[in-house]
Design a protein around this ligand. Structure first.
Ligand code: MFK
Length: 594
């Protein structure tokens, strides 16, 4: 009998997660933790047990769109997968959206909700997508203050009864623009004069989770100006009382690299009835609360997928023997996995800081500085953690050797699903520009500097946690470098824009490291646990500062612009040689020096 490798297994995903559990012990009052812990424990058990088994059984299945019935009626029905049907029920019963709105634990309710979501996400095939949009829609309706729509939809969006609960779509993307939605072509027309109802006509190119019951969408009321300022936010329900789609056609399900269990569709709106949520302008501003919620969910998804990959890789390392020893006893393999764990721990603490700030803002407990901090850390966390997820999951697959490349292990889906995280809800570059938009309220970076001080405290004082002071210093220096660059670039908008991505990534990694140092100090002092400190040292060593490497409008940056031009035109001779001394940064990007 030839050798057969044992596959990786998962245990209770709450009990096995040292990082989540120590964090919750630090941030939650003991009474709150003991009240919610049985729910976390149960979700951890489901995630590592029943749901994970179902996920593996259901691996080859994808949602099916039936456009016509046998008799020629257009029906546009989507049949979800088994995992999705189970997840839909479970999400309602466990209150994965409701917890945040019931607010049983005040500001800590978001911790509770997002810890549950973090455990649920990796075992439910991206069912977190409709849940994220549902949470976002509930928040956007509340912020808009439309009492009639809140009364109609909120009880459904936050229901724990699977028979009553709704999910929401978020329809923004059209063929002219996924990032720049100002090109939206969907038109809103009023029927029957001033007192009449609104209907929408247009084509929505990417609509996630098309089996939702309602959607928030952007449309241009007839006669409104071009560009994003002329857009309004509309509410619509997809189906009539008999469950039939109301003047919406599902044209096709998208054939995507990943998230294949998620029925993402392109739709044609053929006069679907809709209601303005908050007047006939300001659509982008009014949907922004939804974006900020889904971006937080995106970061939670990133850490959930990283954690799943590492849980499998760590278990497998104990089962797989090579060159006479289990991988778990081989220093190089351990070193590789430890580096991934450090990335996860940094990403985790930044993400949960955003969760904390959102909880405080919603409970009316956030100071003005905390609100501004939340606004800027949301895009920063989304863009930083999404990129980490792709890198970490690529390495996780490699840690399985060839098995990581084979579909029916379930491993490749982790990487393919992670690849959506830097794309939807705003790409890395769009989010970097959003961070700049948010910093309009904090041009001197005072709020960010204050957060760094709160987190790291006095420069010395790391006692026995050897080298933690070095990690703290690495975070400080990276932030100072980013702040110096920001001040120097401020007068030159093209320079700020060209450097926005490196700037935002530097902020993201610097705050990840600072927040991890904060946790490491607590874990060491209170629980004698040195593991978060080890993670902090590794994260610091992996590199935090993306600004130092290149300022896109300095001499090297201009050479990059010429580098890109060489495909279309012969490269100027100067492109390959160092810049002449004295070249100034005020020279327009892309122009060769005379
Ligand atoms: C499981 C994880 C999550 C799963 C969810 C997946 C669902 C997938 C479905 C989708 O992918 S839906 C599509 C997602 N699309 C995006 O995220 C759009 C990306 N593009 C942007 O974010 C652009 O930056 C943006 C569309 C916002 C640019 O629009 P504009 O109108 O050219 O921007 P402008 O003029 O700067 O901002 C308009 C207003 O919105 C301003 O307010 P005022 O009118 O008061 O001046 C901005 O301050 C405000 N605003 C923009 N972004 C904001 C914001 N306010 C608060 N927070 C923000 N993030």
């Amino acid at each position: 009998m030839s050798f057969v490798q044992q596959p990786p297994e998962l245990g209770n995903q709450y009990r096995d997660d040292r990082m989540l559990r120590t964090y919750l012990r630090r941030v939650l009052p003991a009474a709150v933790l003991s009240e919610i812990e049985p729910q976390l424990d149960r979700m951890g058990e489901l995630a590592g047990g029943e749901l994970y088994r179902l996920q593996l059984e259901d691996l080859p299945n994808e949602p099916v769109l039936t456009r016509w019935d046998a008799w020629g009626n257009r029906v546009d029905r989507v049949e979800p997968t088994r995992v999705w049907r189970r997840a839909e029920r479970l999400a309602a019963e466990k209150g994965l959206v409701a917890i945040a709105y019931e607010g049983a634990h005040g500001a800590a309710s978001r911790f509770h909700q997002m810890a549950m979501v973090y455990l649920f996400t990796a075992s439910t095939d991206i069912y977190s997508c409709p849940l994220a949009m549902t949470d976002g829609a509930a928040r956007a309706l509340l912020e808009a203050g439309n009492e009639a729509l809140v009364a109609r939809a909120l009880p459904r969006l936050t229901s724990r009864d699977p028979a009553r609960s709704w999910t929401s779509g978020q329809w923004m993307t059209e063929t002219p623009g996924g990032s720049d939605v100002g090109g939206t072509e969907t038109v809103a027309r009023r029927e029957g004069g001033e007192a009449g109802g609104w209907r929408l006509w247009g084509r929505k190119w990417f609509t996630s989770a098309v089996d939702s019951q309602m959607a928030l969408t952007l449309a241009r009321p007839e006669g409104s100006p071009a560009g994003s300022r002329g857009l309004a936010l509309f509410y619509l329900e997809l189906r009539d009382a008999a469950g039939r789609l109301q003047r919406v056609r599902i044209e096709r399900l998208k054939d995507k690299l990943g998230t294949r269990k998620l029925p993402t569709a392109s739709l044609t709106l053929e006069g679907v009835p809709a209601e303005p949520v908050a007047g006939l302008t300001g659509g982008v501003r009014n949907i922004a609360p939804m974006l900020n919620v889904t971006r937080m969910w995106n970061a939670v998804s990133a850490i959930a997928l990283m954690r799943r990959g590492l849980a499998l890789a760590r278990d497998y390392a104990g089962r797989r023997t090579a060159f006479g020893k289990p991988l778990a006893e081989q220093p190089l393999h351990l070193d590789t996995l430890a580096a991934l764990q450090a990335e996860l721990e940094g990403a985790f603490h930044l993400t949960f800081r955003v969760v904390e700030l959102m909880g405080r803002a919603e409970a009316g407990e956030a100071s003005d500085a905390e609100r501004r901090l939340w606004r800027v850390l949301t895009p920063v966390a989304k863009l930083t953690t999404a990129r980490q997820a792709v890198a970490v999951l690529s390495e996780v697959l490699e840690s399985f050797g060839g098995a990581g490349y084979v579909e029916d292990t379930g491993l490749p889906a982790l990487l393919r699903d992670a690849q959506v995280l830097p794309i939807w809800e705003g790409t890395t570059n769009v989010l970097a520009l959003d961070a700049l938009r948010a910093l309009a309220a904090d041009p001197d970076l005072e709020v960010l500097a204050g957060e760094l001080e709160r987190t790291l405290g006095p420069v010395a004082g790391d006692g026995d946690v050897s080298q933690l002071a070095t990690a703290a210093m690495t975070a400080r220096r990276a932030f100072e470098r980013a702040a110096t660059w920001w001040r120097a670039a401020a007068a030159e908008p093209p320079r700020v824009e060209a450097g926005a991505r490196r700037f935002a990534l530097t902020l993201g990694r610097a705050f990840e490291l600072a927040l991890l140092v904060e946790q490491a100090r607590w874990s060491h002092a209170r629980e004698g646990d040195a593991r978060p400190a080890a993670a902090a040292r590794r994260l610091a060593a992996a590199g935090v500062d993306a600004i130092a490497r290149l300022d896109p409008c300095d001499a090297a940056g201009r050479a990059d612009s010429r580098l890109l031009a060489t495909d279309r035109a012969p490269a100027p001779a100067a492109a390959a040689v160092p810049e002449p001394a004295g070249a100034t940064s005020s020279e327009p990007a892309g122009r060769a020096p005379a």
